[in-house]
Design a protein around this ligand. Structure first.
Ligand SMILES: [Zn+2]
Length: 211
């Protein structure tokens, strides 16, 4: 994929452009009015995502407020990502993936050993990444919150059952998020290898911020 394709449709001046390695954490301040684009470089890579208000990180992304306000469980173009105070934090201004998940949660050592066996205990997880990235801001386990899973396919069946199945993303697809307040975004480029959320092969993603 050329640089031009990754930037297609993005208006404004690029002020940050970085590849987040497979399995790695990443965090960045995105100011009100700036847009963060996340590009799924290789396809089917789950990107676990938290948002905290820069002014007071007691206010953070809330899946309950987001789902209740939009009356839909999936995140699509136009979805407003709301805080624990019900305020808009970011808006999905564009995405080339049909829908994204905010129900499936983040993988952890605890869930891995429960689901996949004790031999997975030393495998790296999204909760490890979140704790590592948040430590730079003085946040701890108390500050973990339910997250978004960009590019992850968690279909909800007619009876309400959840699945974690093969992705509907593909190489080069993206999601654009416009900040509605000054926020700190925290990413775990998901290291999971025990289910299909990363195609059993975690890969890098690209993050671009335009002002
Ligand atoms: Zn994960």
């Amino acid at each position: 994929m050329s640089q031009d394709e990754a930037l297609a449709g993005l208006a404004g001046r690029v002020i940050h452009d970085q590849v987040v390695a497979a399995r790695a954490p990443w965090s960045h301040v995105v100011r009100r009015g700036e847009t963060l684009r996340i590009v799924d470089l290789k396809g089917n890579q789950a990107v676990d995502f938290l948002i905290y208000a820069l002014a007071d990180d007691a206010e953070r992304y809330s899946l309950q407020d987001t789902i209740a306000a939009q009356r839909n469980i999936y995140l699509r173009t136009g979805s407003v990502l709301r805080s624990s105070e019900g305020r808009p934090m970011m808006t999905i201004t564009d995405t080339s993936v049909a829908y994204h998940d905010t129900i499936g949660g983040a993988c952890s050592r605890e869930s891995n050993t429960l689901r996949y066996g004790h031999h997975t205990k030393s495998q790296h997880s999204c909760v490890d990444n979140f704790l590592l990235a948040n430590a730079a801001y003085g946040r701890t386990k108390r500050d973990m919150a339910p997250n978004i899973n960009w590019f992850m396919n968690v279909p909800v069946e007619a009876d309400g059952a959840l699945g974690i199945v093969d992705g509907i993303s593909a190489p080069g697809l993206h999601v654009d998020l416009r900040a509605e307040m000054d926020v700190v975004v925290v990413i775990s480029n998901c290291p999971q290898i025990n289910n299909p959320c990363n195609g059993f092969n975690p890969t890098p993603v690209r993050v671009i911020v335009v002002a």
